[in-house]
Write a protein that binds this ligand. Sequence first.
Ligand SMILES: [Zn+2]
Length: 86
Amino acid sequence: MTVVSAFAGMRRVADVLFRAGCPDCRARLELRANALMLAIGGSSRTTFYSFTCTECGAAVRKPAGERIVELLTGGGVRTLRLHSTL
Ligand SMILES: [Zn+2]
């Protein structure tokens, strides 16, 4: 077994659930890390996380503060870096 697959297995066991509210239908959701996406931009205005509501199907996008970014990245959420290269 390689080190990489050992870590992949470990991460699956320690699956984390994130709680988030849907602004559309007001459902309280429990989302797995793979249901969330985090985008980190150059400023707080372009740093947000997004998910699809499992109740009403709305695409939700919410601003992510420093603490949320830490929480999500630590929980294995996919992170997209939006820094401009220009
Ligand atoms: Zn909803």
